[in-house]
Design a protein around this ligand. Sequence first.
Ligand SMILES: [Zn+2]
Length: 122
Amino acid sequence: MLAFVAATAKPTRLSRLIERDGPTCVWCGRDHQERALALEHVCPRSRGGVSAEENLLVSCRACHRARNSQDATSFSRERAQQGLTPRTGLLEETLEGLSRSPRRSHREYGQAEMGQIASSAS
Ligand SMILES: [Zn+2]
């Protein structure tokens, strides 16, 4: 899993995230080479999300484009309905973290998305 990281010369933000979470897309659950991966803002930039570690996950470029700025939980559900295996545990952990963020835009987004998860589980 770390072979992809070792092949890169200098650690980028993306390679550090890959080291943290693995080279696995959060939306489709597939492993990819680093060049096919992108930084995913869980709280989209259009909703005030910033490039802080708490708001970043790894996604493949195809999923990254497909999501655009769709909400995290609804896009995750859409991917699951398409037969893919989103990393729901990791996504929920990240949203949970955002819901406690000192940054207001992250906190409000995380809380709203956690509410979505709770209402779909009941
Ligand atoms: Zn993907």
